[in-house]
Design a binder for this molecule. Structure first.
Ligand code: PXL
Length: 280
């Protein structure tokens, strides 16, 4: 593997196993030098905790970039997750433009919400801005909630038909991303997984695993981080999708028997299986 340096931009939720506290360990374990740009610092994530602190770092983003420019620091890949505001998206666009190499990979997880609802704190104008931002991506990784909000469509929870999924993939590609990966796809009872639209070949692929009951916070970030790591390591879109689905399922399996662990998944316990799969 050629040495790569990636920049991941998302919040630090100090406790809660999501965003940067998931992305940094997973990408590091995958052997990738990982620079971080925290967009905000929260005491916990916003899903299920109340009274969390929130320190916005929007006005730090540009001075940080300017320092990197002075130091001639560039990145081979970018991975963006939870980002708090349209202003941050504008700054991150500049950061990608100014610190990218010629063929840097851009992976955007358009974190907006889940189960048909926007996450706490996002304003109604935000999905449209995120949709514009997606035009910069080599790959976007929305779930159906995020897809529906960005396309201004009705949210369909499950029992998806192939026609519906493939129509969504094409519409998402219309936002300007080169490739699309939809998460939370379920074409039959008891199976859930992802669908990919490869922009180069036009091929649609699916990958499913058995559905495990329960709601698990942070699995989107576990998935996106391991998917990004696999892409940076040179796996194809379809292979990276399988690696990330299997790792996420393993992290859920490591968590499902512990009801006290409601706020995230024990992805740390699943890292050895990921390393083994990658041959490390
Ligand atoms: O996992 C996505 C995420 C990231 N960061 C914060 C969140 C959430 C989801 O709720 O609240 C702060």
């Amino acid at each position: 593997m050629k040495d790569c340096r990636i920049l991941t931009v998302q919040d630090v939720s100090c406790v809660g196993q999501c965003s940067l506290t998931v992305a940094l360990p997973i990408l590091s374990a995958m052997g990738i030098e990982t620079a971080i740009l925290p967009s905000a610092v929260l005491s916990t994530h916003t899903g299920g905790f109340t009274g969390f602190t929130f320190r916005d770092l929007t006005e730090d983003l540009v001075p940080i970039m300017q320092h990197w420019q002075k130091e001639k620091i560039f990145f081979d890949a970018f991975y963006t997750g939870y980002v708090g505001s349209p202003k941050q998206l504008a700054y991150i666009t500049d950061i990608i433009d100014n610190t990218s190499k010629k063929d840097s990979l851009v992976i955007i997880d358009p974190v907006l919400g889940d189960k048909g609802k926007l996450y706490t704190g996002f304003t109604d104008d935000f999905p449209a801005k995120m949709a514009q931002f997606c035009a910069k991506a080599d790959v976007i990784l929305p779930n159906f909630t995020e897809a529906a909000f960005m396309l201004n469509e009705k949210y369909v929870e499950d029992h998806h038909t192939k026609e519906y999924v493939e129509d969504m993939l094409q519409k998402l590609k219309g936002l300007g991303a080169k490739n699309v990966l939809l998460t939370g796809v379920s074409l039959e009872e008891g199976k859930v997984g992802v669908a990919t639209l490869n922009g180069q070949t036009g091929a649609v692929s699916y990958y499913f695993r058995d559905f495990i009951g329960g709601a698990f916070h942070g699995t989107g970030d576990v998935f996106a981080s391991s998917f990004t790591g696999a892409m940076v390591r040179g796996y194809s879109l379809e292979e990276a999708a399988k690696i990330a689905v299997d790792f996420t399922v393993k992290a859920i399996e490591c968590t499902v028997d512990d009801p006290s662990h409601w706020y995230g998944v024990k992805f740390e316990k699943a890292l050895p299986s990921l390393m083994k799969r990658l041959g490390d």
